[in-house]
Ligand binder design. Structure first.
Ligand SMILES: Cc1ncc(C[n+]2csc(CCOP(=O)(O)OP(=O)(O)O)c2C)c(N)n1
Length: 361
């Protein structure tokens, strides 16, 4: 595990791992260094993906114990997307997402404590306990939510990109959405305007194959969602979302284009959620075999194999990361449990009122 280890291509790993791994990380012909990632960054990516996975496993457990109420949409399986995207941008760039937002907020750097406390509805949460699972927010981290209306965040992200350009800043806005949101009218209106006005926005479709229980092929006349960009003359790409390096490469390129040329992009990242749409979904619309097939391409396991093969970490190093992450999550749960609920008066805070508006009387 030294930085001086000679670079090995992923094709070289293929020989030893094809039996257990499908061609996510092992099939490509480049190494992390070829795409500009340091050994340290790869280790940090691994830790971040694991943090998201363990965070949500703990959240699911707490939900089962009725310590969390309301909706809980888990991101498990999709961690390579949030992680790679975060590594491809700067802290001052903006990120906005739909309601499947835990992993994305953690990737932005919102603490596990603030994220867990939000799920528990506590005042120490990132939205002071009033947003819950679907409405994380952190101004400090330039994370603009957490939006429950399918597609609602797309015009907002487009507006943020407009503001960036208007102010003459060199920032970018990543706008995440699910495949279901692509069928919303605002998706098309936003892409059209972003292209007309050359806005620094990168639209990232996390195509996890289902919108609730509806398969993409049943909801979209053209299941290749990246092709929607052709109608607007926008650069686009379809990316393997189980391969953290592939997502990094794709987002990095799109971000550079947005920053340097104010040119928007549409990325369709093909990923998969292992759990149901939300905690109340038994997922009877898909087979066990289908889920298992995707689990075999698990982005975390995949990266783990890569790191071991490339000499970026030993088994002992990986175990140490696991212990550290578990401790961080235990601490977050304890923090959430012991934090107070928001004061009752806060019900009246952050509520829109306009005394002159006659219809609210
Ligand atoms: C405007 C609107 N219509 C319907 C819903 C109900 N709804 C909640 S999630 C969802 C499916 C969205 O799927 P997708 O965009 O693929 O996101 P994923 O859950 O897969 O991340 C729907 C229809 C909603 N929240 N908002």
């Amino acid at each position: 595990m030294t930085d001086g280890t000679p670079t090995r291509t992923q094709a070289q790993f293929a020989s030893s791992h094809t039996a257990e791994l499908t061609p996510s990380l092992v099939g490509a012909t480049y190494s992390h260094r070829d795409i500009g990632l340091s050994d340290e960054q790869v280790r940090a990516m691994y830790r971040l993906m694991l943090l998201q996975r363990r965070f949500e496993e703990a959240a699911a457990k707490a939900y089962g114990e009725r310590k969390i109420s309301g909706f809980l949409h888990l991101y498990i399986g999709q961690e390579a997307v949030s992680t790679a995207a975060e590594f491809a941008i700067r802290p001052d760039d903006y990120v906005i997402s739909a309601y499947r937002d835990h992993g994305i907020a953690l990737a932005r750097g919102v603490s596990a404590r603030a994220c867990m406390a939000e799920l528990f509805g506590k005042v120490t949460g990132c939205s002071r306990g009033k947003g819950g699972s679907m409405h994380y927010f952190s101004k400090e981290h330039n994370f603009l939510g957490g939006h429950g209306i399918v597609g609602g965040q797309i015009p907002i992200g487009t507006g943020v990109a407009w503001a960036i350009k208007y102010r003459g800043e060199e920032r970018v806005c990543l706008t995440f959405m699910g495949d279901g949101a692509v069928a919303q009218g605002v998706f098309h209106e936003s892409l059209n305007m972003a292209m007309l006005w050359r806005l620094p926005v990168v639209y990232i479709i996390e195509n996890n194959e289902y919108g609730m229980g509806t398969a993409v092929s049943r909801a979209h006349a053209t299941p290749d969602l990246a092709r929607r960009a052709l109608a607007y003359g926008m650069p686009s790409a379809q990316i393997d979302g189980m391969n953290v390096f592939e997502v990094y490469r794709g987002v990095k390129e799109a971000v550079e284009r947005a920053r340097r040329e104010h040119m928007p992009s549409l990325l369709e990242v093909k990923t998969y959620r292992y759990r149901g749409h939300s905690m109340s979904d038994p997922g009877t619309y898909r087979t066990k075999e289908e889920v298992e097939a995707h689990r075999k391409r698990d982005p975390i396991v995949n990266l783990r194999h890569y790191m071991l093969e490339a000499g970026l970490a030993t088994e002992a190093d990986l175990e140490a990361i696991e212990r550290e992450v578990r401790a961080e999550i235990e601490d977050a749960v304890a923090f959430a449990e012991s934090s107070p609920l928001p004061p009752i008066e806060s019900l009246y805070e952050d509520v829109y009122t306009d005394p002159d508006y006659p219809f609210l009387a």
